[in-house]
Design a protein. Structure first.
Ligand SMILES: [Fe+2]
Ligand SMILES: [Fe+2]
Length: 195
């Protein structure tokens, strides 16, 4: 696997300055969450650093990266190629940066949509992406606090925000995000009813 400094050199070349700074912010926040919830800090740092490595590619480049790797793109995702920067980023991480850890690769793939039953690292990267220091939206401060109190509650709150945002923009909702939200609600109601 590439060293973190090699990864940073790659990102500096491929990303806009603000996106590079966002990536460092995600790293920093991911490590804090890792300390809080007992995830490996090194893995969290790596995943946070490179999660957006494909973010500034064009739609065509993103689609080509995925197709060249032999991965089939579903028709819904083809309509919103920007959501595929997670999958394309994971392919770049695996094939170019030689990242072998499946959990790191999955956390890059699913940071855009979320999914059902995410691993601890996947949750950390999804939330770190949402709340890193340069993020600024209504309610971000509450979500930051909640992220360090209850990871699943914070995740549900992030999904709710994302879904509302997509609806307000009249855009297509990715099914993984809806399934991920339902999964967390069912999980929390199961915990509730078993008490
Ligand atoms: Fe992203
Ligand atoms: Fe990001």
């Amino acid at each position: 696997m590439w060293s973190h400094s090699e990864m940073k050199e790659y990102l500096k070349k491929k990303l806009k300055k603000s996106r590079y700074e966002h990536s460092l912010g995600v790293c920093e926040t991911a490590v804090k969450l890792a300390k809080m919830y007992g995830e490996q800090e090194e893995k969290s740092y790596t995943a946070g650093l490179i999660h957006d490595c494909a973010k500034n590619m064009t739609d065509e480049e993103i689609i080509k990266t995925i197709e060249d790797a032999g991965v089939k793109i579903d028709s819904l995702s083809l309509k919103m190629p920007q959501l595929l920067h997670g999958l394309a980023g994971s392919i770049i991480a695996g094939n170019i940066m030689q990242v072998k850890d499946k959990d790191i690769l999955n956390s890059i793939t699913y940071h855009t949509t979320g999914r059902e039953n995410m691993s601890l690292l996947e949750k950390i990267i999804y939330l770190a992406d949402y709340i890193e220091p340069s993020r600024d939206f209504k309610g971000v401060e509450e979500l930051r606090e909640l992220s360090f109190k209850d990871l699943d509650k914070a995740l549900l709150c992030a999904y709710n925000n994302s879904i509302k945002f997509v609806i307000e923009k009249h855009e297509i909702l990715h099914l993984d995000t809806i399934k991920a939200r339902n999964y967390l609600i069912i999980l929390s109601s199961d915990t509730f009813s078993s008490n």
